[in-house]
Design a protein. Structure first.
Length: 107
């Protein structure tokens, strides 16, 4: 299960409408890299693959590939915008360590 705060929901709606170029969903995943071993990736998706997990269908659909879901199950996504920082914040219960930037983690 993935949870998304109201500010993050609003930002996802804005991004999908303004920059999505007709995309129907946001693809969330994990790839190797970053200073802690894994990093979160977000992109636009026109359709879900058969093996994808789908969340948040009532607002902005989120699709996650089967490999990534094992690393981010239980993830909470928030969005913050202040004078110093603007961006998504990821709280991952599976992470044993994360870096200062908040987008890289280890399991």
């Amino acid at each position: 299960m993935i949870t998304i705060s109201e500010p993050a929901q609003n930002e996802l709606v804005r991004i999908l409408q303004e920059e999505g170029k007709g995309s129907e969903a946001i693809r969330l995943g994990v790839k190797g890299g970053g200073c802690s071993g894994f990093t979160y990736v977000m992109d636009f998706a026109n359709e879900a693959n058969e093996s994808d997990h789908q969340f948040n269908k009532e607002r902005v659909p989120i699709v996650i590939d089967a490999k990534s879901i094992t690393y981010i199950s239980g993830l909470h996504i928030d969005f913050a915008s202040d004078l110093l920082n603007r961006g998504f914040k990821f709280s991952n219960p599976n992470a044993t360590q994360s870096c200062g930037c908040g987008t890289s983690f280890a399991v």
